[in-house]
Design a protein around this ligand. Structure first.
Ligand code: GLU
Length: 505
C-alpha cells in the first residue's frame, strides 16, 4: 500500500477556554505532522449553536500563537480545503445528509424533545435504535407520504443514522490496537437538524475528515466511544477506502489521584489548566493561564509532550526539534497520565537555567519596568545571569534582584540583630577605605585587597562579609559579595557602605 500523505487536524469546539488536555491533543498532532513532514489543520467545530461562546475561537488561535504551534491551514490562514469553520460549510453537510437518506442509510425523525423525554421515563435505558425506532415518529414508521406531508407543513425534523444491529465493528487504534464493539449497543445518532439547518458533530466531523483528506485522527480518549459510529458512517458514505487511522490519547488525570483532571483541581491546588487566562463572558468566572502565571511556552510544550508519551529513555528535557524528531504514536501510553504540575514548575526552572542571559534579561526587563525600575539592558543581563538559577519563574527574579538596582531603604531587623556587631561600623569604615583606594575595581582585585586587609587585622571573614552584605543588600541574601559590588560599581558600593554606617551605627 502506498503511504498516504500525513494530514492531521485539531478540531476544537469553541465552547470556552481551551482545556490543557486539548492543548496536549493539538501538540501531539503537531509533533506527528512535523515528524512525518505532513500538514496540520485547525478546524473549528462550531455546529452546536447552543454551546457557542464568543471569543473562544480567538482564544484558541492566541493560545497556539503563544505556544509556537503553527497550523498549515486554519480559519485565520485559509487553505485549499476551506472554509475551516464548520458553520460556513452548511451546504456541504446538507448534501451528504441527503445522500445518506437516499441510500437508506439514514431516516427522518419528528420526535419532539418532550416525546423523547417521556420515552426515557417510560423505558429504563431507552435507546433510539433498531429495537425501538418502530415505535417512534419517523419516516420508517410513518411512511414516505406522511413524512413528505409533515415536512411540507414545516414540521421540524432530524436525520438519524440507521445503525444495523448485530455487527462487530472494528476500530483499529494505533495506541490501543483493535477495539471491537457490537453495533447493537449503538444508538441511531442524530446527524442533522432541520431547525438550525446544521449537522451534528458526528456528520460534520466525518465529512470534513474525508474532504480534508485527513490521514490520522489523533484525539482524546473521550472520543473513543464515537469511533465505531464514525467507522460505520465512513462506510455508509462509501469512503471506507480513505478512512483515517485512529489514535485515542490517554486521559489527563488529577495530580493527586484517580479521576479526570478538572478546573476545580487547578483552583484547589493552585495551578492553571488553561494556556491563557480566561474570563467566561456569560458567568464572569475567571480562570488562570499558564502564560500569565509565568510559564515559558517551550517549557509547557516539553511538559505536555511527556504527558502520555516518552522518548524511549528517561530524558525529561527535550527541545522542540528533538520532540519532532522522536515523536511516535507507538510510544504513547494507553493508561491515563497524571498531571504532575510540580514537574511542570521544575521543567520551567530548567528552561530558565538553560536560557541565555540575554533571553532572561529580555523577559525580566518588562517585569522590572512594571516596578518602575528602568535599567540599561547590559546591567539587566548581568543580573539575570547571576540570579536566574534561583527561581522557577522569571517574575520571581524581581524581588530577588531589586537590590542591584535600588539601594536598600531599610535593613532587615533579624539580620541586623544577628550580623551587625558593635564593631561592624568601624570595620565597614575601614573596608570602605580599602575599596576607595582601589584604582582597579575588578572582582579579582577587590577580593585580593579585602582578603589581605582582613588577614592583616585578624578579623573574622564571616563577620566582615555578613555586615558588608547587610550594608549593600539590606538583608542576608544574594550571590557572592564581589559579584554584587562588581555590578554596583565603586561609587554605589561606597555610598551604600556609608549609608549603613550612618544608619546602623
Ligand atoms: N469537536 C471535537 C472536540 O471538541 C472534535 C473531536 C475530534 O477530534 O474528533 O474535541
Amino acid at each position: 500500500m502506498t503511504q498516504r500523505k500525513v494530514r492531521v487536524r485539531f478540531a476544537p469546539s469553541p465552547t470556552g477556554a481551551l482545556h490543557i488536555g486539548g492543548v496536549r491533543t493539538a501538540l501531539y498532532n503537531y509533533l506527528f505532522a512535523r515528524h512525518h513532514g505532513g500538514e496540520l489543520i485547525l478546524r473549528i467545530e462550531d455546529t452546536d449553536s447552543t454551546r457557542f461562546v464568543p471569543g473562544a475561537e480567538e482564544y484558541i488561535a492566541e493560545s497556539f500563537e503563544w505556544l509556537g504551534i503553527p497550523f498549515d491551514e486554519s480559519p485565520q490562514k485559509g487553505g485549499k480545503y476551506g472554509p475551516y469553520r464548520q458553520s460556513e460549510r452548511r451546504d456541504i453537510y446538507r448534501k451528504y445528509a441527503a445522500q445518506l437518506l437516499e441510500n437508506g442509510k439514514a431516516y427522518i425523525a419528528f420526535d419532539t424533545p418532550e416525546e423523547l423525554e417521556a420515552k426515557r421515563k417510560e423505558i429504563p435505558n431507552f435507546q433510539y435504535d433498531a429495537q425501538t425506532r418502530g415505535e417512534m415518529r419517523n419516516s420508517l414508521s410513518l411512511g414516505e407520504e406522511e413524512t413528505r406531508r409533515r415536512i411540507e407543513n414545516g414540521e421540524k425534523y432530524v436525520v438519524r443514522f440507521k445503525v444495523e444491529p448485530g455487527e462487530e465493528v472494528h476500530v483499529h487504534d494505533l495506541i490501543r490496537g483493535d477495539v471491537v464493539i457490537n453495533s447493537t449497543v449503538l444508538d441511531d445518532k442524530v446527524l442533522y437538524k432541520s431547525a438550525d439547518d446544521l449537522p451534528t458533530y458526528h456528520l460534520a466531523n466525518i465529512v470534513d475528515d474525508h474532504l480534508m483528506e485527513v490521514s490520522h485522527v489523533i484525539r482524546g480518549e473521550e472520543w473513543l466511544p464515537s469511533a465505531p459510529l464514525h467507522v460505520l458512517l465512513y462506510r455508509a458514505l462509501g469512503w471506507e477506502g480513505t478512512m483515517p487511522e485512529f489514535a485515542h490519547l490517554p486521559l489527563l488525570l488529577k495530580p493527586d489521584g484517580k479521576g479526570k483532571l478538572s478546573k476545580r483541581d487547578g483552583d484547589r491546588m493552585g495551578f492553571p489548566v488553561f494556556p491563557l487566562a480566561w474570563t467566561d463572558p456569560k458567568t464572569g468566572e475567571q480562570s488562570l493561564g499558564f502564560r500569565e502565571r509565568g510559564y515559558l511556552p517551550d517549557a509547557v510544550v516539553n511538559f505536555l509532550a511527556l504527558l502520555g508519551w516518552n522518548p524511549g529513555d528517561d530524558r525529561e528535557i527535550l527541545s522542540r526539534e528533538e520532540l519532532c524528531d522522536l515523536f511516535d504514536l507507538g510510544r504513547c501510553n494507553k493508561s491515563g497520565a497524571k498531571f504532575d504540575f510540580k514537574k511542570c514548575i521544575w521543567v520551567n526552572h530548567e528552561y530558565i537555567l538553560k536560557m541565555s542571559n540575554a533571553e532572561a534579561a529580555r523577559l525580566l526587563a518588562p517585569e522590572l519596568e512594571a516596578e518602575g525600575i528602568h535599567e540599561p539592558m547590559e546591567r539587566v543581563e548581568r543580573v539575570a545571569g547571576l540570579m536566574k538559577g534561583r527561581v522557577d519563574f522569571i517574575k520571581e527574579l524581581v524581588p530577588l534582584c531589586r537590590f542591584f538596582f535600588v539601594a536598600p531603604d531599610s535593613y532587615d531587623e533579624k539580620t541586623r540583630l544577628k550580623r551587625w556587631k558593635e564593631y561592624s561600623a568601624r570595620q565597614m569604615q575601614e573596608l570602605k577605605e580599602v575599596l576607595a583606594g582601589l584604582d582597579d575595581f575588578s572582582m579579582e582585585n577587590q577580593e585580593k585587597a579585602v582578603m589581605e586587609w582582613i588577614e592583616s587585622k585578624e578579623y573574622k571573614t564571616g563577620d566582615v562579609m555578613n555586615a558588608f552584605r547587610l550594608a549593600l543588600v539590606g538583608q542576608g541574601i544574594g550571590p557572592h559579595m564581589f559579584e554584587i559590588t562588581d555590578v554596583l560599581g565603586k561609587e554605589e558600593t561606597l555610598a551604600r557602605l556609608q549609608k549603613a554606617i550612618d544608619t546602623l551605627g
